[in-house]
Ligand binder design. Structure first.
Ligand SMILES: [Zn+2]
Length: 496
């Protein structure tokens, strides 16, 4: 069924969006939440299981101290209050990938509450309230075999892999975010981006959205300006930054059409289709009471000592937003330029290239220009290009020293990316260095003047701009290896 949509700009003229995000993060602990099974991604199915995470009768859970510590780190970094005493709760529901028939989670006593994360959206700071950060265990994974889509519909049979069952999972729930208007989709994406960078800096998760270690449920509702908030829908398990933005955008366009037609938005979960950026109806949303939560009887309460919490607080790294502000000052770049670096996924690479000796301007120029283009052309991430920050710094150094010009530098980049070795070895092996021998340059310049008498005459008459033709001729004769600025100087010395 195709949904009726209202163009985004029109929808935003008539309705105010309210968004909310629930983000699940798999913690990078070595072992699972309540047992000693290891958590390596991609292992042989069901090879990382034991009686506890398989929910066998008589097995008892034990809390993973590192998972508690990581959750407190997250809570503190998000400016939350850390509970002095809290309990786990049993969330009862059946799902084939959940062997115990219940999930150990937290309900009315989360470990961290009432914080915030500031997000820069188009030059404005949006303070996103954090309602809670709680700890739970992940479920296993169902694999539907034989269908075209990998979904259960059309599948011949399904298999279950319990390796993921019991991996510590933190859920970070925002308060409703209001007042972002047409920026709502972007604000949602930037919040998840900022959160991802923060979590990465804390070292608590590898935050790989494509592997599912960070995934989002995106809530969206619409109401006419000034009216009470509308009914929200929840788009589940969105697993890329771009999709977070598209999910909000699509729901605004869809819900506006429903409201325009005098209809009612149904409270439900929805699935995002990554290929089209559209969502379709999932199931109507359960109420909390459907889960029959009760305090987990097999676990003692968690009461983190205050001095431990303060120790964790003292060990927090500088927040990414502060790092960016410091680097902006050090590198003397504008907010817009810094955004470009961050959006290209180049921040760490530029930092490392500067640390390896390049100037910030050179590091930015190569990573955002030439190398971004290569990454784009080959459909890879910048970080996946087979070139190191040290190699980029060395090429920049060779350009600064006049050994290479930009054109030759691009040839060296090509060769490094093709696996031909380090820049110096490539310059040597391919004879790529700039011709800086004055004798050779002067000879090439004289040849060019002799071959182009009419152009030379124009320059003698004061038409300096014509020098470009001669510079081009020299560059061609030297196969791009001359220093163009020096060639120009030599030409003008001779003709003016
Ligand atoms: Zn286990």
């Amino acid at each position: 069924m195709t949904e009726t949509l209202i163009p985004f700009a029109e929808a935003i003229e008539r309705y105010e969006p309210v968004i909310g995000l629930e983000t699940h993060v798999e913690l990078g602990t070595r072992t699972k939440m309540f047992c000693g099974c290891v958590t390596t991604f991609g292992a042989e199915p069901n090879s990382q299981t034991c009686p506890v995470c398989l929910g066998l009768p008589g097995s008892l859970p034990v809390v993973n101290r590192t998972a508690i510590e990581y959750t407190i780190r997250i809570g503190l970094a998000l400016n939350c209050t850390i509970a002095e005493w809290c309990r786990f709760a049993r969330k009862n529901y059946f799902y084939p990938d959940m062997p115990k028939n219940f999930q150990i989670s937290q309900y009315d006593e989360p470990l961290c509450t009432d914080g915030y994360l500031d997000v820069e959206v188009n030059g404005k700071t949006v303070r996103v309230g954090i309602e809670r950060v709680h700890l739970e265990e992940d479920t296993g994974k169902s694999l539907h075999v034989g269908g075209a889509t990998g979904r259960i519909h059309g599948a011949e049979y399904s298999l279950v892999d319990y390796n993921r069952a019991g991996i510590p999972l933190v859920e970070i729930v925002t308060r409703p975010v209001t007042g972002t208007g047409e920026d709502a989709p972007v604000a949602a994406r930037l919040y998840v981006t900022e959160l991802r960078d923060l979590l990465r800096s804390l070292g608590v998760s590898d935050v790989r959205m494509e592997e599912g270690s960070l995934r989002c449920d995106v809530n969206t509702s619409l109401a006419p300006p000034g009216a009470p908030w509308g009914t929200r829908t929840e788009t589940k398990n969105v697993n890329s930054l771009r999709s977070v933005e598209r999910a909000v955008e699509f729901e605004i366009e869809r819900q506006a059409a429903v409201l325009d037609a005098g209809g009612r938005v149904i409270q439900e979960t929805r699935h995002l289709h990554e290929d089209t950026g559209t969502t379709t109806s999932g199931r109507s949303k359960e109420e909390a009471q459907d889960y029959r939560y009760f305090p987990e009887p097999d676990l003692v309460p968690v009461a983190p000592p205050r001095d431990w919490v303060e120790q964790i607080r003292a060990s927090l790294p500088e927040a990414p937003a502060k790092v960016r502000a410091r680097l902006r000052a050090e590198w003397n770049v504008s907010a817009l330029e810094m955004d470009a670096i961050v959006n290209a996924g180049a921040l760490d690479l530029v930092v490392q290239t500067v640390a390896a000796g390049a100037s910030p301007a050179d590091a930015r120029k190569w990573w955002l220009g030439e190398l971004s283009r290569r990454a784009h052309d080959t459909g890879t991430e910048l970080t996946a290009l087979p070139i190191t920050p040290a190699q980029v710094a060395r090429i920049a150094e060779l350009v600064a020293a006049g050994t290479l010009n930009d054109r030759l530098a691009r040839d060296v980049f090509d060769a490094v990316l093709a696996g031909e070795g380090d820049p110096d070895a490539i310059v040597e092996a391919r004879g790529l260095a700039v011709v800086s021998d004055e004798g050779a340059l002067t000879a090439a310049v004289d040849e060019a003047i002799a071959a182009n008498p009419e152009v030379a005459a124009k320059i003698r008459d004061g038409k300096i701009a014509a020098a470009g033709v001669l510079v081009g001729a020299v560059m061609k004769a030297t196969r791009g290896k001359a220093d163009a600025a020096r060639v120009r100087e030599l030409i003008l010395e001779r003709l003016t």
